[in-house]
Design a protein around this ligand. Structure first.
Ligand code: HEM
Length: 460
């Protein structure tokens, strides 16, 4: 009998319930919330947000709505998506790094970029990038083969996904520039990516003190990205050769309507967007996946057995169904993008409430994926719920990559990368935690662990 027929994946075994942060007290004032928010947005949500369809609040003069009902979410992200834009705070925080690239573009410019870039991310195009992914994964395995004692797997994964981003983008490794690039990301994340009160209060045209610091950061960052591009250009492209990386695909990309190519500045923003949106999120998914598997040795053994069976010289991704289910379940419990925020451009109605221009609408994969009405045993780690044959979750209840017109363009890329990497890592090594203290998620841009736990690894 299949899992779906037995209809009871929840009675199969006592599942792991990994640690999660405490829920906030209800009715907190804006300044208390702001203080918590600078530490972790996830910590600002109380129990109601995990139980109700819509939670209305006020935050510094605007109404805010947390949406948990699939119909309302479809309305905002699909049916009426043109009425919802990125929020001023989101733009402030991300623009210095991502510029006018795809993630932050709006309207006509966004449509042009999305159409132009889409061919570079189709499943067929991603297949051409798999050798780059595999070479970086194999090198990571070789490095880990020499590791003795405590290993900081989070740091290893961040380097590996950056290496994959570098190779898929430019065909060259990140040995020379990876450290500097990580330095930019860490410097930005530690301070400038955390919103201050003024970032939320002032309209976009009014620079906050943080914006001034962000401006100087951006100058250094764009110079660095331009240097990466110049190096790639110097390496050239073989005449008539098929595109070998994302850079070739982006240089060759033309707007299907106008035939325009990207300008140099646009190319820089696009490169920055793809490298940043892609590597930190995928490293985060892999980190939580390894953390969960270290806490759940039976599930880890099942992934290892599947990886061994699927590895016949090359790794057959179609045979990694359970590994993929582990990735899906990991991103349910720890969605790397924990929040999708929008500002209303004009009036609307949501869940029986009036929405006016500049109201903030929050769709939080973190909340949605642990919502009491939408999931059975919402806090338990049960990859079986994502196996073929199990009842699929509601289309709008599981959104690790968002949904609708602005759905993640790199979703397939990320799923291929994460599935292959997890299978390879767990196929090669038994992974254990060296400490018993809980690792708690912190929501600042992505869902980061509050500290990097040490792992012990042993060759299988
Ligand atoms: C596990 C890994 C990843 C996760 C969880 C993730 C998550 C997301 C989410 C939730 C969105 C939608 C945001 C919104 O609607 O406001 C998004 C958009 C985006 N992602 Fe990803 N992403 C991942 C990997 C990647 C990769 C590998 C790339 C590129 C190589 C990428 C590039 C982008 C871009 C450019 C957008 C903006 C799309 C648009 O607005 O049209 N992401 N991602």
């Amino acid at each position: 009998m299949s899992i779906a027929e037995s209809n009871d994946i929840f009675a199969l075994r006592a599942p792991l319930v990994p640690p999660s942060p405490p829920r906030a007290a209800e009715g907190m004032g804006p300044f208390g919330r702001m203080a918590l928010m600078r530490r972790s947005v996830i910590g600002t949500w109380g129990q109601r947000a995990y139980e109700e369809d819509i939670v209305k609040g006020r935050f510094f003069g605007h109404a805010s709505f947390i949406l948990n009902a699939p119909d309302d979410i479809r309305h905002v992200l699909v049916d009426n998506y043109e009425n919802y834009t990125r929020t001023a705070a989101g733009i402030r925080v991300l623009r210095p790094m991502l510029g006018e690239g795809l993630l932050l573009a709006e309207g006509r410019s966004w449509k042009h970029q999305r159409r132009t870039l889409a061919p570079a991310f189709t499943p067929r195009a991603v297949t051409t990038l798999v050798p780059h992914m595999m070479s970086a994964i194999e090198e990571t395995l070789a490095e880990l083969g020499h590791a003795t004692g405590a290993v900081d797997l989070r740091e290893v994964l961040q380097r590996m996904t950056l290496e994959i981003a570098g190779r898929t983008m430019f065909s060259y490794g990140m040995a020379r520039h990876g450290r500097a690039l990580r330095g930019f990301v860490i410097e930005y994340g530690q301070n400038l990516a955390r919103p201050h009160v003024l970032d939320l209060l002032l309209p976009l045209g009014w620079p906050t003190p943080q914006d001034i610091a962000r401006h100087f950061f951006r100058k250094r960052w764009t110079r660095f990205v331009a240097m990466l591009i110049a190096e790639r250009r110097a390496a050239g492209k073989l005449d008539g050769a098929p595109p070998r990386d994302l850079f070739d695909l982006m240089v060759a990309a033309r707007d299907p309507e106008t035939g325009d190519a990207f300008s140099d500045a646009q190319l820089g923003d696009q490169v920055a967007t793809m490298i940043l949106a892609g590597h930190e999120t995928t490293a985060t998914a892999l980190f939580w996946g390894l953390y969960l598997l270290a806490l759940d040795p039976d599930t880890q053994a099942r992934v290892a057995a599947e990886a061994k069976a699927a590895d016949t010289g090359t790794l057959d991704i179609d045979r990694l169904k359970f590994t993929r289910a582990v990735i899906d379940e990991t991103m349910r419990l720890y969605p790397p993008a924990f929040l999708i925020a929008r500002a209303a451009a004009g009036p609307d109605r949501l869940g029986g409430e009036n929405v006016v221009k500049n109201d903030v609408v929050l769709i939080a994969p973190w909340l949605l994926h642990r919502h009491e009405k939408l999931w059975e045993q919402p806090n338990a780690f049960l990859p079986e719920r994502f196996l073929p044959g199990a009842p699929p979750p509601d289309r709008y209840a599981y959104l690790p990559f968002g949904v609708g017109a602005r759905v993640c363009i790199g979703a397939h890329f990320a799923l291929v990368e994460a599935t292959l990497a997890l299978a390879k890592l767990i196929g090669a090594f038994r992974v254990e935690l060296m400490e018993t203290s809980p690792v708690l998620p912190v929501g600042i841009v992505t869902t980061q662990p509050d500290h990097s736990p040490m792992f012990r690894i042993a060759q299988r």
